[in-house]
Design a protein around this ligand. Structure first.
Ligand SMILES: [Zn+2]
Length: 117
């Protein structure tokens, strides 16, 4: 026999928990947003002193894509294929005062004249 009163009671308790959790999430999201704004303000007011720029390339390893298993034929049969490893140039710098870390994949070419004797 189903005890409707018990089910309704548990449903109400569950609903209360959900309401309380949603309320807490809303409050924590507001707090997070406020703290992120404060952090941005602190970074923005820092007169950054950048440490030496480090090269931090983004590397992805090569891998093998298995082809179709033996026995599969036809014009659309896929053969095994090796996907080469890649390396994307990237640079990172850190502010020695506030600890802000910046990374970039953007660069510009620079030509220098060096005296030759
Ligand atoms: Zn700084």
């Amino acid at each position: 026999m189903v005890d409707i009163a018990s089910i309704k009671s548990r449903a109400q308790s569950l609903e209360d928990d959900i309401t309380q959790t949603e309320s807490e999430i809303k409050r924590l999201n507001a707090r997070l947003s406020s703290r992120q704004s404060e952090l941005r303000r602190l970074f923005d007011t820092c007169t950054h002193v950048w440490d030496q720029v480090r090269s931090t390339p983004i590397r992805t390893g090569g891998y093998l894509v298995e082809g179709d298993p033996p026995g599969v034929g036809g014009i659309d049969r896929r053969l095994p294929m090796y996907v080469s490893a890649t390396e994307t140039p990237c640079w990172t710098r850190t502010c020695v005062k506030c600890g802000k870390v910046e990374t970039t994949e953007s660069s510009r070419s620079e030509t220098r004249q060096v005296p030759r004797f």
